[in-house]
Design a protein around this ligand. Structure first.
Ligand SMILES: C[S@@+](CC[C@H](N)C(=O)[O-])C[C@H]1O[C@@H](n2cnc3c(N)ncnc32)[C@H](O)[C@@H]1O
Length: 369
């Protein structure tokens, strides 16, 4: 079992990025899209999250991963794609967990969530129930790690159990243009994995909306990753999101960034579309008069499946559409509808996932003249 700490070379990275650019260009070519702007990733330490299985060997214990092709396990002492904070924590954590019978017993997985701010959540996953003895040891572990990491939280997870030592989130500080935005990122909720490339995505979106006025409607807004920076530009923003923890984080983020023109509503995109069409009313929209907004622009950032047909039709009512996609195939399918009414004015490739074949893309659509 070998630890593949070898970092792929620049040429290998560039070749793969070039392939992604040509794949995206090809997928967008039926829609007469301009050539995509390309936002590259750092070659190492770009991931804010990492998950490892744990291997026990006598008194020893280490992180492992699996080769996706051969399914063979390999030892991972350091993991170049993960942030420096995660790499430092991997060593520091195991040093302290190894000698503790309570902490190591039936520990099978370790998940790390870090932030550019240096904050860190470590989740320890067990095949046994966690008791007060575990909590006492985990509290001591956190205190010991706090000497090295300014803000570190520990979570213990087992079947139907979650014990939190500290908090279950990190506070991120994202530099976007000349501004720093504060974001609460909750463990086990969606957050963009590559923080630097995420900042470039937000800057690209801000650039797209620079000439636009009025109000912004956003669907699939998560914890307000786009809603909050874009609120500095628009008069008002309404964001919708299905996941309760993300909506709660978004409310926190609105307050911490001192915004009073953003509302986040917990609704599925499909439900929100029904509300916009006047087909259904929702108590969660009470006090919000959707007809009073002057929505000129809609931003969508759906999961891999893309948008349903009704939501596609609904967003075609707006002058400007920003579509952020983690799956260019469903983006292209959705564009066959959207380009009946809109043209692609800008396109972009954000290399959120270097050294994989995954593509994150963005398009700005404007209503046909
Ligand atoms: C790709 S993430 C984007 C989140 C956010 N824009 C960001 O940049 O962090 C997609 C988001 O859509 C949410 N989601 C998934 N299905 C949904 C649905 N049917 N309706 C509304 N939101 C949904 C997920 O919880 C997730 O937060």
């Amino acid at each position: 079992m070998e630890s593949p700490m070898t970092v792929p070379g620049h040429q290998e990275y560039q070749t793969q990025l070039d392939e992604k650019v040509s794949r995206l260009t090809q997928l967008l070519s039926p829609f007469s899209a301009p050539a995509p702007s390309v936002f590259a990733s750092a070659p190492v330490h770009y991931r804010m999250r990492a998950e490892f299985r744990v291997w026990h060997e006598g008194d020893d214990l280490y992180h492992i991963m699996f080769n996706q092709e051969t399914k063979e396990k390999y030892r991972v002492d350091q993991f170049a794609p993960a942030s420096k904070t995660i790499n430092d924590a991997m060593t520091a954590l195991l040093e302290k967990v190894k000698p503790s019978d309570v902490l190591r017993k039936k520990l099978f997985q370790i998940d790390y969530l870090s932030a550019l701010s240096g904050e860190l959540v470590i989740s320890l996953l067990y095949h046994r129930q966690l008791d007060d003895a575990w909590e006492a040891e985990a509290t001591k572990l956190r205190e010991a790690l706090q000497l090295q990491f300014p803000a570190v939280n520990i979570i213990g997870r087992a079947r139907k159990q979650k014990r939190v030592i500290g908090g279950d989130f990190v506070i991120e500080r994202l530099p976007v243009n000349s501004h720093t935005f504060v974001f609460k990122h909750i463990e086990n909720s969606f957050t963009q994995p590559n923080a630097d490339v995420n900042c470039k995505m937000i800057e690209w979106a801000l650039n797209c909306v620079a000439p636009l006025k009025g109000d912004l409607l956003e669907m699939y807004c998560g914890a307000g990753n786009f809603s909050i920076p874009l609120a500095l530009h628009f008069d008002n923003v309404i964001g919708t999101e299905i996941a309760k923890p993300s909506v709660q984080a978004a409310q926190y983020n609105i307050e911490k960034n001192n915004l009073d023109n953003v509302k986040i509503v917990r609704l599925a995109a499909e439900e929100f579309t029904e509300a916009m069409k006047g087909e259904r009313t929702f108590s969660r929209l009470e006090g919000i008069d959707l007809s009073a907004y002057n929505f000129t622009t809609v931003l969508v950032d759906p999961p891999r499946a893309g948008l349903d047909l009704d939501s596609l039709k609904m967003i075609q009512d707006y002058e400007n559409i920003i579509y952020i996609s983690c799956n260019p195939e469903t983006l292209a399918e959705n564009l066959t509808h959207l380009c009946e009414t809109h043209d692609i004015a800008e396109s972009a490739l954000f290399d959120q996932f270097p050294f994989t074949h995954h593509i994150e893309a963005g398009v700005l659509l404007t209503r046909k003249g």
